[in-house]
Design a protein around this ligand. Structure first.
Ligand code: FE
Length: 255
């Protein structure tokens, strides 16, 4: 298989998303939303709530968070991101049906946002991302494509993915990265953030194989430095279904 684009970055096993923190894309947006120069951390917890009062229930402006080191802009369009074309395999793990319900907010108006590009990327049950080589040789997934891809929202603003409940890697609590773009050439109209899970649910899922083979995680939501910056507003509500879980996440974008 010929990959259109291959970026190789070496990332050690103890390196977290936090260490490559880019300038917060959200800062200017949050400040503008607030209409004041208050600290971003405060805005993450208070401004969104204030904004919500004037908007329909699904029009929830969420805090942005770091993209981290593992995003690849490969334009891999697919709903089931478990597949790995390079290896001809499907990522193991507890199935997770992940739905984004994207709204566009313009002034006091809010409506389902059609045509938004929703990218998702996450680690596998052992805490490994596809598309990278570890500097210390712990893994080399440069020719792999599991657990990443994008969907375009339909008329109802919805984008659906089939994935797995994520594993963990050192320095981070369990999370799924996402990026929503209304125009991929205009970074200003992008929202990049992360989804989080209830810690008790994670403990239950990770007690099962194949997660259990990696051992117990060391970082929970409460002691993750990135989670602390708005993570409570980025929790994915999930319900059990069939052999896994389903979760829908509402998010509003300022247009
Ligand atoms: Fe990550």
């Amino acid at each position: 298989m010929t990959r259109r684009r291959r970026i190789v970055r070496s990332v050690g096993p103890n390196r977290s998303d936090d260490e490559s923190l880019p300038p917060a894309l959200s800062r200017r947006e949050w400040l503008r939303l607030a209409g004041a120069g208050a600290a971003v951390g405060l805005l993450a917890s208070h401004t969104a709530a204030a904004q919500q009062r004037a908007l329909p229930p699904r029009c929830i402006v969420r805090p942005e968070q770091t993209e981290g080191p593992y995003f690849l802009d490969e334009r891999l369009e697919r709903s089931d991101i478990r597949a790995d074309a390079g290896a001809g395999s499907i990522a193991a793990g507890v199935p997770l049906e992940l739905t984004f319900r994207v709204s566009g907010i313009a002034g006091e108006r809010c409506a389902p946002l059609r045509g938004a590009i929703v990218d998702v990327w996450q680690c596998d049950v052992l805490g490994v991302y596809s598309g990278f080589a570890d500097a210390n040789g712990y893994f080399d997934t440069r020719e792999r494509s599991f657990l990443r891809g994008y969907q375009v929202t339909g008329e109802d603003g919805t984008a659906r993915f089939t994935t797995i409940y994520p594993g963990w890697y050192p320095g981070r609590t369990v999370h799924i990265h996402f990026k929503i773009r209304t125009d991929p050439t205009a970074g200003r109209r992008a929202v990049t953030s992360q989804l989080y899970f209830d810690d008790a649910l994670t403990d239950a899922v990770h007690a099962r194989e194949p997660y259990a083979a990696k051992g117990r995680r060391r970082v929970t939501n409460a002691n993750d430095g990135i989670f602390r910056r708005g993570g409570r507003e980025l929790m994915l509500p999930v319900v059990a279904q069939a052999d896994g879980y389903a979760g829908a996440f509402d998010i509003g974008l300022r247009l």
